[in-house]
Design a protein. Structure first.
Length: 97
């Protein structure tokens, strides 16, 4: 079987492809919203998956906040972006490793 490879001569001048941007986040939001509507329209079997997604999202947010703190952002800067007080941000994410 032939191994597939990328021809460097054809792709060397291409800029790296970035998909993790605001448009990507908006797309993800639309997908989750559509999934919620599908469940609301009677797909009770999907409720468990939606709850698991909520748990996963909570963990991802926690990891993102911790990463921002390591990167040097203050609690005040993080809290300002999400519309809560510095104290609330620190209480929610400050005591987690």
């Amino acid at each position: 079987m032939r191994q597939l490879t990328v021809n460097g001569a054809l792709t060397s001048n291409r800029p790296p492809r970035v998909t993790e941007n605001h448009d990507y986040a908006a797309f993800a939001r639309r997908v989750v919203t559509a999934h919620g509507r599908r469940i609301a329209d009677g797909d009770v079997e999907g409720l468990t998956a939606l709850l698991a997604l909520a748990d996963e999202l909570d963990q991802v947010i926690t990891n993102a906040v911790h990463g921002l703190r390591v990167f040097g952002y203050s609690w005040a800067e993080i809290a300002h972006r999400i519309g809560i007080t510095r104290q609330a941000a620190q209480q929610r994410w400050g005591d987690k490793p």
